[in-house]
Design a protein around this ligand. Structure first.
Ligand code: ACO
Length: 367
């Protein structure tokens, strides 16, 4: 009784909570393996549909091809579009991040059609509709024959994207589709372990993603870059923020002790997107100064650039409104969440840890 836990115990640091074939994060070496392949290799050689097939096959012992997944996601986007009049009323008066949560919570099984595709297909349709509603525009119908990345951009913008833009979003989707036992995946697995359905599990995953310590960071990254504004303000702005004890968004990670490998994959995607690298120099300056300032502040705790820093720059370069960054992250991560939920359900084991009680004890009788 009354055993106080350490900070690491409270955060479950390094505690393995599942066996998985889906992804592996090596924080010391800065490596991420997704379904048997390094993230950098996947981002240059595979489409989102291809990686999704690997994840779903790993979780459910199926043998789906990239083409199978592409067809089922296209069909699922169409079904989700038909259901928008049913899903959107629950989002009335809400911003994009909250509205997305309300609409996702309204998803449900459709006549036995595969749930994984229903969810992953619906995400960009809902995100597109909310982004366009915020601009006073009608939703754009999906094109079931387009790739998931191409159609996501089309539904956000109402116009066909350029191939280099599609390639950049596809690389982003592949890069962030799964990442070990991160907070949102854990939340998803906890709900799936109760044998609640896939829709409940994924809604929990999205809720966990929205916090700024997880997938809610990229919007604040852009706000930080805007607030810094110019090269001469980098040092005073960063020094003042750190002196106030603030956390700088897009830096630090629970697992990585070296640079997050996804940061470099995304940086390369941004370089390919804007051939002259126009968007990167200022961000690079800010990044370099923050890394050195964090090294000075916490010399014993490596705090490197994480995926969210370059996510913000990539999605901004693709003209995705910053309020939609978290739903677009979710559109990719939903591939991992659905696979993890299935993998967890197959174990049949309820996740039910214990707690250390540090409260009052009842008075002994007679006192
Ligand atoms: N800026 C400034 N200081 C930081 C940062 C940061 N970004 N991250 C950690 N620190 C400091 C902490 O304040 C702490 O200092 P202290 O020992 O003097 O109190 C020290 O580094 C150790 O931090 P921990 O609490 O052990 O770090 P934790 O493992 O909890 O942090 C986290 C991981 C939450 C990602 C953290 O680095 C952070 O808040 N980063 C900013 C938000 C962010 O970028 N989130 C996206 C993460 S990536 C993703 O989820 C997809």
């Amino acid at each position: 009784m009354n055993i106080h836990l350490t900070k690491s115990q409270i955060g479950l640091d390094g505690v393995p909570a599942a066996e998985t074939v889906l992804s592996h994060v090596d924080g010391e070496r800065g490596e991420l393996i997704i379904a048997g392949e390094h993230v950098g290799t996947l981002a240059s050689q595979s489409s989102f549909e291809g990686v999704t097939a690997r994840l779903w096959n790993g979780a459910s012992k199926t043998s789906l091809s990239e083409a199978n997944v592409r067809a089922s996601l296209g069909a699922a986007r169409e079904r989700a579009f038909v259901r928008l009049p049913e899903l959107l009323p629950a989002t009335r008066g809400m911003g994009i991040v909250d509205g997305f949560r309300a609409a996702v919570a309204g998803l449900r099984a459709e006549n036995g059609l595969e749930h994984e595709a229903t969810i992953v297909g619906a995400f960009p349709v809902i995100a597109g509709a909310l982004v366009r509603r915020a601009k006073g525009l009608e939703p754009v119908a999906p094109d079931p024959n387009a790739s998931h990345a191409a159609d996501t951009l089309r539904m956000l913008r109402g116009a066909s994207p350029e191939p280099r833009e599609v390639a950049a979003l596809d690389a982003y989707f592949v890069t962030v589709c799964d990442h070990g036992m991160n907070a949102s995946t854990f939340a998803t697995r906890v709900v799936a372990s109760t044998q609640a359905d896939l829709f409940a599990a994924i809604t929990a995953g999205y809720c966990a993603l929205t916090g700024p310590l997880h997938g809610g960071a990229p919007e604040p990254v852009l706000e930080m870059l805007d607030a810094i504004g110019s090269s001469e303000r980098v040092k005073p702005w960063v020094d003042a923020a750190l002196a106030r004890g603030e956390r700088l968004m897009g830096f630090g990670h629970r697992v990585y002790r070296v640079r997050d490998p996804r940061a470099d994959v995304l940086k390369a995607a941004i370089e390919r997107l804007s051939a002259d690298g126009a968007d990167l120099p200022f961000a690079g300056e800010v990044e370099a100064y923050i890394r050195s300032a964090l090294r000075k502040k916490n010399p014993d705790r490596p705090l490197e650039t994480n995926v969210e820093f370059f996510t913000a720059i990539l999605l901004d370069a693709l003209a995705v409104p910053r309020q939609a960054f978290t739903p677009i992250f979710a559109a990719a991560r939903a591939a991992g969440w659905t696979a993890h939920a299935r993998e967890q359900q197959r174990t049949g084991r309820l996740i039910r840890p214990s707690s250390s009680y540090v409260g009052e004890m009842p008075k002994a009788s007679g006192e």
